[in-house]
Ligand binder design. Structure first.
Ligand SMILES: Cc1cc2nc3c(=O)[nH]c(=O)nc-3n(C[C@H](O)[C@H](O)[C@H](O)COP(=O)(O)OP(=O)(O)OC[C@H]3O[C@@H](n4cnc5c(N)ncnc54)[C@H](O)[C@@H]3O)c2cc1C
Length: 545
């Protein structure tokens, strides 16, 4: 079989957000770029195209307009609090600091110049449980979701005055990195259509192939974070089909350093994806804050009740420690209409299609379209009933590994919670109600939180229970890189000619997030690592730390 050959100044393996941003920046510097991706043309942009499009940025015009006083110093404090970096985390810290110091220049300016627009209300996610994470709101919601981010960047690539310098190969798997005298000189692999080999030679090679949380999840299970105990039997896949760590392995074989491979960013409320390609494909629900979160036996998880928008890692860890390692959320239709959401663009149609009227309607009347669709499409994970007894019966038809929810326990927790609400705010001694009280004080939360909603309120019926699984999404660790994006060996010296960006590089330095993310830092760090690395390749703005 003949080997196809290609050549460019820079060859990039992976055309997700990190890959296309790197390509754009290189084209700005007059480089000839070859983007090679295993996936089909309609998937150009990778996971970012499916994402909700929340971007973490610091001291932006939108924050200032809303009188949110933010600064790189405050953000850096928050980042460290959440990341809990270790003494060896030199490069992760260097990248994280750079993010905090220059998100306005590297991310905000880049995206807004491509005509990406954000909603005026900055969301306040991941604010921490008892220690402050995001001290102030920083999650900027893209009007049009992540789909729009990709659309705008791809449009900018197409309209670029140097467009002739860019070639994109789809359905080409990269499965080898060729070296000569210690320098990486070419990617090699096979064409998916006919299996024929190809070779793509470049002066610089950039790995942008994403994380290891996708594929058949075997890499994730191998690298499971052991302090949480064994991985759950059911983990839903919310990442990329090709996120199998193939190129991470190749880097390791070359002596490259992979760090923090056991750190991941999972979500606690995954349900099976309707029409998913594989049985464990999942979608990640935004867990309603007014729902009661219970384990497989129907016990309310505690003593600290689980409430979203605080500390996602804490939620995931608690569920991993429960019997069965899956959970139930109990709520009613009124709560679902106001608070239920899906992380991603597919279900959030008002955002995805930039429909202001629909968004206004959903904020006033609730998102009926979404709730009805989820109920209809997820019958295995979402049950509806007109009484608690009927709800428990339906939950028990869906118990796994022999677990059944205890009817009396469910009744007790629901009634106890409702009784507290009846007594009035002056008597709220339940941590969930206390947190909801605080949520009601921020505009961005108030519009999407029920005002102390009882579960058994006859006016809020029917009841709903959602069976939720851990959903794997993002790899926090990866290929270790310096501030020029150069892939480092275990002795700290670079592999000449080889760089890594985006999720493959643990979003920078092999673990920019440390133990946890402030959210929205994934898309942001793809833009940051892509731009900084491209500039370093072009010889402008070469950074060191
Ligand atoms: C539903 C959803 C919602 C999300 N919401 C948000 C959000 O609101 N905010 C946020 O910050 N983040 C969010 N994320 C995460 C974010 O989208 C990703 O972390 C980010 O887009 C990763 O970009 P990447 O370019 O590094 O990798 P990817 O998007 O995974 O792209 C990697 C590319 O490399 C290709 N590839 C892989 N292996 C090979 C190979 N061997 N050969 C050739 N090509 C290969 C793949 O086909 C793919 O195109 C979300 C993710 C999902 C799935």
């Amino acid at each position: 079989m003949a080997t196809y050959t290609y050549e460019a100044d820079v060859v990039i393996a992976g055309a997700g957000l990190a890959g296309i941003v790197t390509a754009y920046e290189l084209m700005d510097h007059g480089k000839r770029v070859l983007l090679v991706d295993k996936d089909k043309p309609e998937k150009l942009g990778g996971l970012a195209k499916e994402s909700f499009g929340g971007v973490h940025m610091i001291d932006t015009p939108l924050q200032r307009l809303a009188r949110i006083r933010d600064s790189p110093e405050l953000a850096w404090n928050d980042w460290r609090e959440c990341a809990r970096f270790g003494p060896d985390d030199h490069w992760p810290k260097a990248w994280a600091k750079l993010y905090c110091e220059s998100s306005a220049e590297y991310i905000w300016d880049f995206l807004t110049r491509k005509k990406v627009r954000f909603l005026p209300i900055v969301n306040w996610v991941e604010r921490g449980l008892y220690r402050p994470y995001n001290t102030v709101p920083r999650w900027h919601v893209t009007w049009g979701t992540g789909w729009e981010i990709v659309f705008r960047i791809v449009s900018a690539l197409d309209a670029h005055p140097n467009r002739r310098n860019l070639e994109i190969l789809f359905e080409h798997e990269v499965n080898a990195i060729e070296t000569s005298a210690g320098r990486a000189i070419a990617f090699a692999g096979r064409r998916m259509v006919d299996g024929s080999p190809y070779r793509a030679r470049g002066e610089h090679l950039v790995i942008a192939s994403g994380g290891i949380c996708g594929g058949d999840l075997s890499k994730l299970r191998e690298n499971w974070y052991r302090p949480w105990g064994p991985p759950p039997q059911v983990i839903l896949n919310g990442a990329h089909d090709y996120g199998d760590g193939l190129l991470h392995d190749r880097v390791k074989e070359l002596g490259g350093s992979l760090t923090h491979m056991d750190k991941h960013w999972h979500y606690p409320a995954g349900v099976h994806k309707p029409g998913g390609r594989r049985p464990n494909d999942g979608i990640s629900l935004v867990p309603p804050r007014s729902a009661l979160w219970m384990n497989a036996k129907g016990e309310r998880i505690g003593p600290t009740p689980l409430v979203s928008y605080t500390d996602t890692r804490f939620l995931v860890e608690q569920i991993c420690r429960q019997p069965g390692q899956y959970s139930w959320q109990i709520l009613n239709r009124k709560i679902a209409l106001k608070e239920l959401g899906v992380s991603g663009c597919d279900y959030m149609t008002a955002f995805r299609y930039k429909n202001r009227l629909l968004l206004a309607k959903q904020l006033i009347r609730g998102n009926r379209e979404l709730v009805d669709r989820l109920i209809a499409e997820c019958p295995d994970d979402i049950v509806v009933a007109s009484s608690l007894s009927e709800l428990v019966d339906k939950m028990n038809e869906r118990g796994l590994y022999g677990f059944k929810v205890d009817r009396k326990a469910v009744e007790y927790y629901v009634t106890e919670y409702d009784n507290q609400i009846d007594r009035g705010p002056g008597y709220y001694n339940d941590d969930q109600l206390r947190r909801i009280t605080v949520y009601m004080n921020y505009r961005g939360d108030k519009v999407r939180t029920c005002s102390f909603q009882k579960i058994l309120d006859p006016k809020a019926m029917p009841l709903i229970a959602i069976r939720e699984f851990i959903l794997a999404r993002k790899s926090l660790g990866g290929i270790q890189t310096d501030l020029q994006g150069r892939v480092l060996k275990t002795d700290g010296t670079p592999i000449e000619g080889l760089r890594a960006v985006g999720e493959s590089a643990g979003f920078g330095g092999g673990g920019i997030h440390g133990l946890g993310s402030l959210e929205g830092t994934f898309l942001g760090a793809c833009v940051l690592t892509g731009r900084v690395t491209a500039k370093a390749i072009a010889g402008t703005n070469v950074r060191s730390a």
